[in-house]
Design a binder for this molecule. Structure first.
Ligand code: ZN
Length: 77
């Protein structure tokens, strides 16, 4: 059985579907019994969704801001 530290290290790969089937099953088993890791996973999901939503809003609603960011990144190279 995986411990909490191992599950937290695998969390991003798990959310992105990059874990093997045996690893996914071990993670799911751990999540069944560990509320701390369930909470960690929920926060990770929320953070990812929030970042994606903000990036989408920035990209679609404020293209001039995106252009400024892209120009600033080019100038810093
Ligand atoms: Zn845990």
């Amino acid at each position: 059985m995986l411990n909490c530290k191992e599950v937290s290290h695998l969390a991003t790969d798990h959310l992105e579907g990059q874990c093997s089937l045996p690893t996914r099953l071990k993670i799911r088993l751990h999540l069944l019994i560990c509320r701390h890791c369930r909470r960690f996973r929920a926060h990770l999901l929320l953070s990812r969704r929030t970042a994606a939503r903000l990036a989408h809003e920035l990209w679609t609603e404020q293209p001039q801001t995106v252009a400024k960011i892209q120009q600033a990144l080019k100038n810093n190279k």
